[in-house]
Design a protein around this ligand. Structure first.
Ligand code: NAP
Length: 569
């Protein structure tokens, strides 16, 4: 018997550390780790001890005998990976030496952003003795894209927050939620209270498509739609016209697949998730029957990962439709396929399997189109079509790029969602690389114009490396940033803060009386899950900041003076 890693794998590699026989690959530090779609267990070496199961924060690992039917294929997917990458010992990475007792003293770090990147950074920092962490977040709730990005039907992926709890409940950790840097506190003030500031602010905007009609009513970014169905307070008032039969999504990354699933899902199924109430209500009235995803390149270059593509085949009441003629590979891609990875070959195999399946006109459809780009989004007052050009692929320095041909097409649509990747936005006071949408950095140390590190300033997550990778990819990323921060502290390269934590709390409370701390967040969390219990759902989210703050206020002790009293955060 062996254990098997499945679709939900978050790549944070906690299982790798737990495995006593070192049979999970790739490991952090191996070249494939940064780009792998998931991790794999070698069935020939696995000793069936199950140590990896509780270590996995998203419950993605099953004994092979207990695989649900929809995940059966992962037995072969795990095994096949090792046929091409035979298990070999990986040299252990020596842990960073702890400084002599008393050497480190109290290191105080502020983390800006409470998404997974910030949480992994906090966890890495708090694994070391003598470190205090203040986490500043503009929403009254932590967990960023785990709460506002991960699709509601991927509940297991959200379990990753449980892995952060131990660190985030430590006395050395403080939440300052509902607090905005540059509105309630400046970067320099944060540096007065801390040795370093780590920015984990993600990539909060969408890339522009750059075609006429992009801003017509009925053309929206994926960011808007995803934030809306996930109940992000900044997007709760958006409306999307779901009265037409066809929605077109530009792009075929995993975000596009998430949106396609939500648009075609049975609302009764969505009603068992934590989807925002307003979105559930709108989706109950939806007339959408078909969602078309436009890939500008071919099926071998599609941005979705094979686990997410495979899962579409198990949706109830939904067909995945692909025209087999769009799966013919050009000569250069066919040549590259000879050395393709098992996961890329699986992607193509799945596309052919979908193309061969009969489709039922009574079911909803997710249609994959390849080698087409929008040239315009058209309509009068409202979107009614997408103009497309068919592309060919040309090889440039080993990368297959899409170039337009003379063939065009018009595709009627009542709603267009642009899902072509997220992009970082400049952070006040930090240098910014507009091309890559990241803060320039060297392994997480923010660098200035001369490429020299800027003292006390660090980045982690999407604002450091760009909008790529899954949630667990942030763990190795955070470790690199934290290792550099600790090295700088130990070498005396960070300035000693002049103000203490009590001072910070009082300053922030004076400027933001609606500051939410740990107790306040736990009250919001409890209230949401209690609302969920009543409705048979994991939680019913608050979608207005004022409602969250009202619940969190109960965390404040009554006081006889006018001074706000810090809650026990
Ligand atoms: P993504 O994976 O980068 O995909 C972007 C898509 O947009 C690609 O198909 C890209 O095509 C296309 N595109 C870019 N510019 C375009 C243009 N000008 N015209 C037409 N198409 C264009 O981005 P994402 O889907 O937003 O995902 C972001 C990250 O989050 C990814 O790493 C993803 O795996 C991760 N994520 C994971 C999950 C999950 O594991 N379930 C869920 C959501 C997101 P090209 O490939 O040709 O550039």
């Amino acid at each position: 018997m062996t254990f098997v890693i499945t679709q939900r794998c978050c790549n944070d590699a906690s299982c790798v550390v737990a495995c006593p026989v070192d049979c999970i690959r790739p490991t952090p530090g191996q070249p494939d780790f940064a780009t792998t779609e998931m991790l794999y267990i070698d069935p020939l070496t696995c000793i069936d001890c199950g140590a990896c199961v509780p270590a996995c924060p998203v419950n993605a690992i099953y004994p092979e005998t207990e695989l649900p039917a929809s995940l059966e294929r992962y037995r072969d997917i795990n095994a096949n990976w090792f046929e091409e990458n035979p298990l070999a010992p990986v040299p252990a990475i020596a842990p960073a030496p702890e400084p002599p007792a008393g050497r480190r003293g109290q290191l105080k770090v502020a983390i800006v952003g409470a998404g997974p990147a910030g949480c992994y950074a906090a966890e890495e920092l708090l694994a070391h003795a003598g470190v205090e962490v203040s986490m500043i977040e503009k929403l009254p709730t932590p967990f960023g894209l785990v709460r506002a990005g991960v699709a509601p039907d991927h509940a297991g992926t959200k379990d990753v927050t449980g892995a952060f709890e131990a660190a985030l409940n430590r006395d050395e950790f403080r939440y300052y939620l509902n607090v905005e840097v540059d509105r309630h506190i400046t970067r320099d003030e944060l540096l007065n209270h801390h040795h370093a500031v780590v920015y984990a602010v993600g990539a909060s905007t969408d890339r522009p498509l750059g075609v006429p009609g992009e801003d017509l009513p009925g053309s929206h970014s994926a960011t808007e739609f995803v934030s809306w169905y996930n109940g992000h307070p900044g997007y709760a008032d958006r409306t999307f016209d779901l009265s037409g039969e066809r929605v077109v999504i530009v792009g075929n990354g995993n975000v596009a697949l998430d949106i396609a699933r939500i648009l075609t899902a049975d609302p009764d199924h969505l009603a068992t998730t934590d989807i925002a109430d307003h979105a559930l209500e709108a989706l109950r009235q939806s007339k959408v029957r078909e969602v078309v995803l436009l890939g500008r390149r071919g099926p071998a270059q599609a941005a979705y990962t094979s686990p997410e593509f495979l899962a579409l085949g198990h949706l109830s009441g939904v067909d995945v439709v692909i025209d087999v003629s769009e799966l013919t590979l050009d000569d250069a891609t066919a040549a590259l396929m000879e050395a393709a990875s098992p996961s890329l070959r699986l992607k193509l195999t799945l596309a052919h399997e979908f193309a061969e399946r009969p489709s039922d006109p009574n079911r909803k459809r997710i249609v994959f189109r390849y080698l087409v780009s929008p040239t315009a989004i058209t309509g009068g007052e409202y979107v009614n079509a997408v103009e497309l050009v068919h592309n060919a692929l040309v090889e440039e320095s080993g990368v297959m790029r899409a170039v337009p041909t003379a063939r065009t097409e018009s595709l009627p649509a009542s709603l267009v969602l642009r899902s072509i990747g997220y992009q970082g936005v400049p952070v006040e006071g930090l240098p910014f690389d507009d091309q890559r949408g990241v803060v320039p950095n060297d392994g997480g140390r923010v660098t200035g114009a001369d490429d020299a590190p800027l003292r006390g300033l660090y980045v982690t997550g999407w604002v450091k490396r760009g909008a790529t990778g899954v949630i667990g990819s942030n763990k190795a990323d955070a470790r690199e940033t934290v290792d550099h921060l600790l090295a700088d502290f130990d070498a005396g390269r960070l300035e000693q803060p002049t103000r203490d934590r009590a001072d910070l709390t009082h300053t922030l409370l004076a400027r933001q009386p609606d500051l939410v701390g740990r107790v306040g967040w736990h009250l919001i969390d409890r209230a949401e899950t209690a609302r969920g219990n009543l409705a048979g759902r994991p939680r019913v989210k608050f979608t207005a900041v004022s409602d969250m703050v009202a619940v969190a206020r109960a965390a404040r002790r009554p006081t006889t003076s006018n001074q706000p009293v810090p809650e026990g955060n």
